[in-house]
Structures are given as structure tokens and as C-alpha cells.
Ligand binder design. Structure first.
Ligand code: LLP
Length: 421
């Protein structure tokens, strides 16, 4: 089903006119389709058939509680990278036993909180983390379930900022060093090694890097088992790409086949998947309103009320997001090349550059597609701009999932007068 569809030249989200949402909620606003979000997670689960799979939605992609509650309702888990994400996941009703904790810099406090929550496993990324977790767990008289994130040195062929499985990256334990680190971990009584993990990058549009990385991990699982470790989980991370423009990422079935084939022969393992973008990315449009048209001798600008603080991806990664009018012009109306820019005081503030778009007028609404993953979750208050509203559309109704911030929100936490700690 197409959850974002034009009918009679007008954009609908699950049957609700986007213009009606914009009227009520104002702009800019992130509009999520609950059906699109849950549908993509269910499709992923279905692709793995009867294979034992634990899907842990990657909270960082889009962390609104309304979405996390959907994850909980589906019986899925969460991949978290901070105490804040742990707080959100638990608050949304995701049980600790379905949470995996990733990231290179977990603090003692975050480790203690996650132990208290009884998480499924800590994905450790260095010996330093291993030693700290062993101490934190020992202090509590607890045994921490751990998995090691291995850096398989695989090229994910994606933007360099989001490639994480190359040997130059800060992530994971180099695969050559992994056996020695495991051997040390197995001697620490407050740790229980139960898994191996990797995450080679994000927005992968081919199955090959997944296959290669899982191949490296599978070899290590065998070696670890021979050394006596009770490995029960193989976490293959996230990274499945989506179509923003003309990419053709693997389908859930192709992705599942690559992973199942590469991990085949090591039986009785639960596969952990950490999808973020593939669940949230195309489940949301950001609606923005045209403020001004500005023509200089060099360029034509469409100045809108959303900016890089709302959707950072174009500025940070040069990412391409489709932009279309919420109300389409008549068939055959001419297009012209414009740059769609926001009010922020930087030339790097753009949503699209030199893009052919139908003529827009001040007051028109535009939809920025594919805004669900790393959209709102990477938004900021730069230029003291209150963050946008988030709306969840479900079954023909739309509800506020996060209210638009106010000016008071901007200064909350800044003492009226400076005070000492
Ligand atoms: N697991 C780990 C350990 C990760 O670091 C990530 C993403 C994921 C899972 C989820 O990956 P996904 O399925 O979403 O590709 N802000 C960037 C993307 C950063 C990805 C960071 N890690 C962007 O807007 O493209």
C-alpha cells in the first residue's frame, strides 16, 4: 500500500490530506504514517521466515515515543546508543530483555542503568569498554551479557561519514584482534560472552557488504565456540538502504537471503537486526511552507520555513530528498531550476540545490520525502529555532506526537541568572 499518495493532485498521508495536517499543526511538521512504519518492520520480519530473529529497531533513526510504542506493540526490541535512548525505549514499553546497547563510548552510568534494566546485551567496541563494564557489573554483583562488535574491514560503499566497518573507522574491534579480546573477556567472571556484532555502515544499496561482514563474523563464531564460549546471538547491525531518488537497495527478501546464507551452517543462533532507516526513512514527509521567492542574477531561490536545523541531511551529507508540492500544479505546468533554502544564516542551509520544480508561490506547501530517518532526531535549535512538530497518522486520523517547541522551551535549563553548581 502507498501510504503517501496523490489523489486529485493533492498529497494524502494514509487518506488524510497533508494540507489539512499543515493547517492544524503549522509548519514545518514531520508527518509519520504508522502503517508505513510498522509495515516496513513487519516486511523485514516476514522476510526471515522461521529463522530465529530478534529485530531491535535502531532508536536513533526516529525516536519519538509514538513510534517506539509501535515497536513495543509489534513485540520487537530496540538498539540504543545512549542512556537517553534507553530511557525512551523503556518508557515506550520495550522490555529490557529486547534491548541491545551499541556505541563506542558508553559511560559507567549508562552501563549501570542498562544493567538495572536487564538488557539483552552490550555490544562492546574496545577493551577499555570491556574492562569498565566488568567493573560496573562486579560492583553490582551482576553478570553482564556481552557481545563484541567486530570491525570486519568491509567497504559498505556509502557516504564516508556513515561508513563504519572499514579498518580506519573508530568502530568495533579489528577482526584480527578479536580472538585475543574474547579470550580475555571469558576470564572475567562478571561478563558473559553471548554474541558477536557488526554494523558496517548505513544506506547500503547492495547486499554484498552484508554478506561479506556476516561471513567474517561467522568464522569468528566457530572459533569462539571452539574456545568454549556460549555464543547464542549474531547481531548483524542495521544499514539496509532505502530509495530516496533512484537507488535500488536490496529488497527485504534479498537482504534476508544474503544474511541467512552467509550465517548458514552455524545453526541455533538468534540473529539480531538493528534496522533504523529502512523502517523510518520512507515513513514520513516533512511539510514546509514557502515564505518567499527570491531571484538573483545568478540563481532562483525558494525560501521555506524549514531549515538545516530541522532536516540536516542535505547540508551534512549532500543528501538528496525528493521535494514535491503538496498540491500539484496542472499537468504540463513548466518546471524551473531552483534551490530550496531555509532561513538559517549559512549558505550550507539548503534542502535542495539546483532542482527542477514546478513554479511555487509564497504560501504554498511543499513535502520533503524520506524525512523519517535521521530527520527530526538530528534536528536542533540552531539559530534559536524551536523544533518542529511531529504528527502520527493512523487509520485515517492524525494526532500530535510531539508539540512544536515554544520560545520558553528554548531557554529552559538556562538559569535566569548564572548560578553556581
Ligand atoms: N546499529 C548501529 C550500531 C548503528 O550505528 C546504526 C546507525 C544502526 C544500527 C542503524 O542503521 P540504519 O539501519 O539506520 O542504516 N545520520 C546518518 C545515518 C547515521 C547512521 C548511524 N548508525 C544519515 O542521516 O544518513
Amino acid at each position: 500500500m502507498d501510504y503517501f499518495a496523490y489523489k486529485g493532485g493533492e498529497l494524502y498521508v494514509e487518506g488524510v490530506p497533508a494540507s489539512e495536517i499543515a493547517m492544524k499543526a503549522g509548519t514545518p511538521t514531520f508527518v509519520y504514517s504508522a502503517g508505513a512504519f510498522t509495515g516496513s518492520l513487519e516486511a523485514l520480519r516476514a522476510a526471515f521466515g522461521k529463522a530465529p530473529v530478534q529485530i531491535c529497531y535502531s532508536v536513533k533513526a526516529a525516536s519519538n515515543l509514538a513510534l517506539l510504542r509501535k515497536v513495543a506493540e509489534l513485540g520487537l526490541g530496540a538498539d540504543i546508543v545512549s542512556g537517553g535512548e534507553l530511557y525512551r525505549a523503556l518508557k515506550a514499553g520495550i522490555p529490557g530483555g529486547r534491548i541491545v546497547f551499541s556505541g563506542v563510548g558508553k559511560t559507567a552510568r549508562e552501563m549501570a542503568e542498562a544493567l538495572d534494566a536487564g538488557i539483552l546485551m552490550f555490544n562492546l567496541e574496545s577493551e577499555g569498554e570491556m574492562e569498565l563494564l566488568a567493573r560496573v557489573a562486579a560492583d553490582k554483583g551482576a553478570v553482564a551479557p556481552v557481545s563484541f562488535r567486530v570491525n570486519p574491514d568491509v567497504d559498505p560503499q556509502t557516504h564516508p561519514y556513515i561508513a563504519t566497518g572499514l579498518k580506519e573507522s573508530k568502530f568495533g574491534i579489528p577482526h584480527g584482534e578479536a580472538p585475543a579480546v574474547f579470550a580475555r573477556a571469558m576470564k572475567l567472571p562478571s561478563l558473559r560472552v553471548i554474541g558477536l556484532d557488526c554494523h558496517v555502515g548505513s544506506q547500503l544499496t547492495s547486499a554484498a557488504p552484508f554478506r561479506d561482514a556476516v561471513g567474517v563474523l561467522s568464522g569468528l563464531v566457530r572459533a569462539l565456540r571452539e574456545a568454549g564460549a556460549g555464543i547464542t546471538h549474531l547481531d548483524v547491525g542495521g544499514g539496509l538502504g532505502i530509495r530516496y531518488r533512484d537507488e535500488s537497495p536490496p529488497s527485504p527478501a534479498e537482504y534476508a537471503e544474503a544474511i541467512l546464507r552467509a550465517s548458514g551452517g552455524i545453526g541455533d543462533l538468534t540473529l539480531v537486526l538493528e534496522p533504523g532507516r529502512s523502517a523510518a526513512g520512507n515513513s514520513c514527509v516533512m511539510i514546509t511552507r514557502v515564505l518567499y521567492l527570491k531571484k538573483t542574477p545568478a540563481k532562483s531561490f525558494v525560501i521555506v520555513d524549514a531549515a538545516m536545523n530541522d532536516l540536516l541531511r542535505p547540508s551534512l551529507y549532500g543528501a538528496w530528498h525528493e521535494i514535491r508540492p503538496v498540491r500539484l500544479p496542472p499537468e504540463g505546468a513548466p518546471e524551473r531550476e531552483v534551490s530550496v533554502v531555509g532561513p538559517v544564516c549559512e549558505s550550507g542551509d539548503f534542502l535542495a540545490r539546483d532542482r527542477a520544480l514546478p513554479a511555487a508561490a509564497a504560501g504554498d506547501l511543499l513535502a520533503v520525502f524520506g524525512a523519517g530517518a535521521y530527520g527530526f532526531s538530528m534536528s536542533s535549535n540552531y539559530n534559536s529555532r524551536p523544533r518542529a512538530a511531529e504528527i502520527l497518522v493512523e487509520g485515517g486520523a492524525f494526532r500530535l506526537a510531539r508539540r512544536r517547541e515554544t520560545y520558553e522551551d528554548l531557554v529552559r535549563g538556562e538559569a535566569e541568572a548564572l548560578c553556581s553548581l
